[in-house]
Design a protein around this ligand. Structure first.
Ligand code: GDP
Ligand code: IMO
Ligand code: MG
Length: 433
């Protein structure tokens, strides 16, 4: 397959970075299409650990070209800091990293506003538990058509427009009772950072379309997950972009019919970081045990992730809205020590059985999981390298997830490293490791 979109099937942190890294071996281009440095994609290569926030995980493989598409929001200072970290990790990015001239900028006043909105303390205020990276306010400016784009950095009036935007956002900060930003400090800082970005700004829509026309392979790296999608997720407890597969087209300029394959990444259980309903959340020792074994702490904010059983209603919904062709099921090894494992197959809403995900957050919050229980496998899987190495109960668990979600598993992952990945019998014919 020449064009593959990879998205998260739950609430983010499914292990997308690891799977992108595995698939990058056979790709020419890796493109992010939405979000910003709210993402945290951890990739382990040998003994080294890299945490990518904005830069596509594909950058870790020599010779691969990476793109930040028009659907992204880019924080210049955050981007440069991350770039420096990647360089310190021994990765040469020269000529391999391009920023769409149509991508929006996430600027210091967006961050300040994000923080201010989250700090509100009145009854009407919905606290989302954002990453405070300015994502919502940056997309607000995009949608109201006042945002600054990467291409604007190259224009003579950039400084003037930046200053004007900052002054306008100071009025909003004042409304929130926050200290205004000093233009004479902030503007020069932004200019110093954007100056360094100039050499990477290009019309990536043309470049990527030309690559696709030549039959080169492109991997679209999703950030966040289906349930955090601005339209399809658990609104309002979502991020501000389209995290689902359609976002790959609008967020890069590649037409939808040129996208050949959609991969959903799901954990073998569920996690969520931030506020909002989560039907299968475990508040007991089992939840704490999953968090401990799975090392469930956010890569961007360090916050503890909420943990619970696999939710097949969510995953089925993800298959529908993304058109998922196959799953990469990650962190299977985290369930190695459990006597029994539960899967949520439907919800109970005030005595009514609900099979599909409700749109309204109040109804979703009322959903109680209806569980099916399966025996655990109670032995380590991390050493497994083939499907047949896996214990029977473990294979049965994967098979059940496939049945319940109406999509096959192509990969299962039994550890964070590249080689801790197994190709399943249901994998598409052209897929190999
Ligand atoms: P992403 O945001 O979807 O890329 O996921 P994160 O990187 O935020 O979180 C996934 C975490 O699980 C990272 O620390 C990975 O190194 C780790 N990980 C990925 N796959 C596996 C796996 O199969 N087993 C275990 N134990 N850890 C994994
Ligand atoms: P990756 O790509 C998990 C969550 C935040 C919050 C909500 C809105 O690593 O899977 P935002 O800062 O985007 O306005 O926050 O979305 N969130 C994530 N949760 N993984 C992520 O990215 C996330 N990016 C944002 O915790 O609930
Ligand atoms: Mg993450």
């Amino acid at each position: 397959m020449a064009t593959r979109v990879l998205i998260g099937g739950q609430w983010g942190d499914e292990g997308k970075g690891k799977i992108v890294d595995v698939l990058t071996e056979k790709a020419n281009w890796i493109a992010r299409f939405q979000g910003g440095n709210n993402a945290g994609h951890t990739v382990k290569v040998g003994d080294k650990k890299y945490v990518l926030h904005l830069i596509p995980s594909g950058i870790l493989r020599e010779g691969k070209t990476c793109i930040l598409g028009n659907g992204c929001v880019i924080d210049p200072a955050g981007f440069l800091q991350e770039l420096a970290e990647v360089h310190e990790g021994g990765i040469d990015t020269t000529g391999r990293l391009w920023i769409s001239d149509r991508a929006q900028l996430a600027l210091p006043y967006h961050k300040a506003l994000d923080g201010a909105r989250e700090a509100r303390n009145n009854d009407e205020a919905v606290k989302i538990g954002t990453t405070k990276r300015g994502i919502g306010p940056a997309y607000m400016d995009k949608m109201q058509r006042t945002g600054l784009r990467a291409g604007d950095i190259l224009e003579d009036d950039f400084e003037e427009r930046l200053r004007q935007n900052l002054i306008e956002h100071n009025q909003l900060l004042k409304l929130h009772g926050q200290t205004e930003l000093d233009p004479d400090t902030v503007v020069p800082e932004v200019l110093a950072a954007t100056e360094q970005m100039k050499v990477m700004i290009a019309d990536t829509t043309q470049t990527l379309n030309a690559a696709v026309s030549k039959g080169e392979s492109v991997l679209f790296e999703g950030a966040q997950g289906t349930m955090l999608d601005i339209d399809h997720g658990s609104y309002p407890f979502v991020t501000s972009s389209n995290t689902t597969s359609g976002g790959a087209a609008t967020g890069t300029g590649i037409p939808p019919h040129k996208i050949e394959d959609v991969i959903g990444v799901v954990k073998a259980y569920t996690t969520r970081v931030g506020e909002g309903p989560f039907p299968t959340e475990l508040f007991d020792d089992l939840g704490a045990e999953i968090a401990r074994v799975g090392d469930e702490f956010g890569a961007t904010t360090g916050r503890a992730r909420r943990c619970g059983w696999f939710d097949a209603v969510v995953a089925r919904y993800a298959v529908m809205v993304n058109g998922i062709n196959w799953w990469a099921v990650t962190k299977l090894d985290v369930l190695d020590g459990f006597e029994t494992i539960k899967i949520c197959v439907a919800y109970d809403v005030n005595g009514e059985r609900v099979e599909n995900l409700p749109a309204h957050i109040r109804k979703f919050a009322a959903c109680k999981p209806i569980y099916e229980e399966m025996p655990g496998w109670n032995c380590p899987t991390t050493q497994a390298r083939t499907w047949d190495d896996l214990p029977e109960n473990c294979k049965a668990y994967i098979k059940r997830l496939e049945e319940l979600t109406c999509a096959p598993a192509g990969f299962v992952s039994v550890g964070p490293k590249r080689d801790e990945t197994i190709l399943t019998p249901s994998a598409p014919a052209d897929l190999s490791l």
